[in-house]
Ligand binder design. Sequence first.
Ligand code: SF4
Length: 331
Amino acid sequence: MRNFDYARAVSPAEAVRQHAHGSQPFYLAGGTTLLDLVKLDVMRPDQLVDINRLALKQIEPLPDGRLRIGALVTNTDLAHHSLVRARYPVLSQALLAGASTQLRNKATTGGNVMQRVRCNYFRDGISPCNKREPGSGCAAIGGHNRSVHAVLGTSEHCIATHPSDMCVAMRAIGARVAVEGPHGPREIDFADFHLLPGDTPWKEHALQANELITHITLDAPLAGSCSGYLKLRDRASYQFALASSAVIVVMDGQRIREARIAMGGVGTRPWRAREAEASLAGQTASMDVFAHAASIALQDAHPYAHNAYKVQLGQQAIVRNLRDLTSQERS
Ligand code: SF4
């Protein structure tokens, strides 16, 4: 076990100040990713700044219809909040599809956004892994890449999927990430927050040094929409997505007025399928229309030795979700 300093902050500004003192500092909230990886010696903090006492546990409706979520709201509290269940069922379902009850009780909204990949080679601490050890290579590309490796957004330097279900729902809904930093507060569009691996896979997000997530603000829900999250995985009790879809649709009788689709388990970041969405607008709902949209969503897929099945599985996650949502609306 390596030694590290521990500090507790009582305001975001103080947390940012304390964080700036370490050379390898990390913010500690629920700890459901961080403490695992510290114990595995994959993350090596020299300082932990505990932010659990910050006043960031509120869920507040804004006058313009958006919903502001404190970074320390737990996944359980967010999933069961009455406004989330009523206005954003896709988010509630995604949260409840993630992890276990015990983990959801500890995991926070900000931490979920920041969670690290589940690639075994990243976590074993010894295999070549550009994310853990820049320039060392990627053991997954020629190794076992069946379950937590992507077919969209990969590079020759990293192919790990982003593991979050919550973020897939937020990608479909639209959101902004509010952060506090050394130069004051700013906001980042959720679509720009998670980075593609490219040739710098160790850079996973758009945060600058010492910045702290304080809130996530969801866009107002689409008027008249219904939404749902479908997660396909090896075990329904507890497992990361092999493929998932977050779908939001607005129907006009038999026609799809507007649709939004985001995917999990297939991309190196929460993946929005905008071309597939455009193909659905104005169409009469049918299995052929859904299948066409799903094929567009995966048209740029680049499978590896063991995960080619994800192309079809990702398509099925979209088709089934669209079928279920549109049949509910039409019945
Ligand atoms: Fe590391 Fe990414 Fe390769 Fe996994 S896929 S070994 S996380 S570089």
